[in-house]
Ligand binder design. Structure first.
Ligand code: IPM
Ligand code: MG
Length: 351
């Protein structure tokens, strides 16, 4: 049966890295239908909104969506609801992709590219399971108001329900079962009500259904510290939207470059997943053709595996990336001099 992949290249280095993922997809699966739409700032400039209604409809009816990145300094002054990032948040919410899987895997060939010592990171394999459609990213009320005395007041609301916590915790436990059977649940139950609820709900689900998995509760600040102190103690880390945003950037850097890490955002079974490189739009290097396309290519691999039912293609793509890196292919972020296109070529050659 033919499958459809919607590409949303977006802003900054997004179009450059998605072009390489597209070439890899074409090489591996010539019959895959690929559609493309503007997204983020590119969509705002072109159609007056960071995501068009047709694009949301196309995303919901595709088998998977692969996006590049959104945002850039040229849209810094735009009203919040029109900002490129608002388009991404809307897409996540509309697609109901509540479970964001962000693996941090240290490739053997790159253990020396990490800012940490080789033996701390060689063989590292962590999975951050980030709640993606709730928490402070979406909580109401929010806004900036001016008080009668002229002072301004900004409000964000962190809010979680027990069902939101349990469904993301279930994803973490199920995934841990296929890995090393260890889950750390990170929150701030020492100061936050949502953190306390998080801890209680995760513990209750663990007790009811996942006695075979080891569960450790950890305060999010300590988790940040332990990630640099002894990263290999972790297998799966489950956490809320905001802590997951922060901890996944930190974990990404342990592997040598944020330019290597893919991610998947999943909803209920059978619904399309949203795949994206963990890196952002990197305006400082956008348009120069020097960005690392590996994260985008590996995100395509995750789409093959988790939404498109093509495990064998995902295996081949991942093996090709490993082989290219083993052979010394390096973009600038990894201390090399290959262009985005040349790195894409190296992966295609290895395929
Ligand atoms: C990420 C990004 C986004 C987020 C931004 C671009 C809205 O940092 O995917 O990690 O905060 O979720
Ligand atoms: Mg982030």
């Amino acid at each position: 049966m033919s499958k459809t992949l919607l590409l949303l290249p977006g802003d900054g280095i997004g179009p450059e890295v998605i072009a390489e993922a597209r070439r890899a997809a074409q090489a591996l699966w010539p019959d895959l239908t690929m559609l493309e739409a503007p997204f983020g700032g590119a969509s705002l400039d072109h159609a007056g909104a960071p995501i068009a209604e047709e694009t949301i409809a196309a995303a919901k009816s595709a088998d998977a969506v692969l996006m590049g990145a959104v945002g850039g300094p040229q849209w810094a002054g735009v009203a919040r609801d029109k900002r490129p990032e608002a388009g991404l948040l809307r897409l996540r919410k509309e697609m109901a992709v509540f479970a964001n899987l962000r693996p941090a895997l240290c490739f053997e060939a790159l253990a020396d590219a990490s800012p940490l010592k080789r033996d701390l990171v060689a063989g590292l394999d962590i999975l951050i399971v980030r709640e993606l459609t709730g928490g402070v990213y979406f909580g109401e009320p929010r806004g900036i108001e001016t008080l009668p005395n002229g002072e301004r007041r900004g409000v964000d609301t962190q809010v979680y329900t027990s069902s939101e916590i349990r469904r993301i915790a279930r994803v973490a436990f199920e995934t841990a079962r296929k890995r090393r059977g260890l889950v750390h649940s990170a929150e701030k139950s020492n100061v936050m009500e949502t953190g306390l609820l998080w801890r209680q709900e995760v513990a209750a689900l663990h007790e009811a259904d996942y006695g075979d998995i080891r569960l450790d509760h950890i305060l999010a600040d300590n988790c940040a510290m332990q990630l640099v102190k002894q990263p290999k103690q972790f297998d799966v880390i489950v956490t809320d939207n905001l802590f997951g945003d922060i901890l996944s950037d930190e974990a990404a850097m342990l592997t040598g470059s944020i330019g290597l890490l893919p991610s998947a955002a999943l909803g209920e079974d059978g619904r399309p997943g949203l795949y994206e490189p963990v890196h952002g739009s990197a305006p400082d290097i956008a348009g120069q053709g020097v960005a690392n396309p590996v994260a985008a290519i590996l995100s395509l691999g995750m789409a093959f595996r988790l939404s498109l039912g093509r495990d064998a293609l995902a295996d081949r793509l991942e093996a090709a990336v490993r082989k290219a890196l083993d052979a010394g292919a390096r973009t600038r972020d990894l201390g090399g001099s290959l262009s985005t296109r040349q790195m894409g070529d190296a992966v295609l050659r290895a395929l």
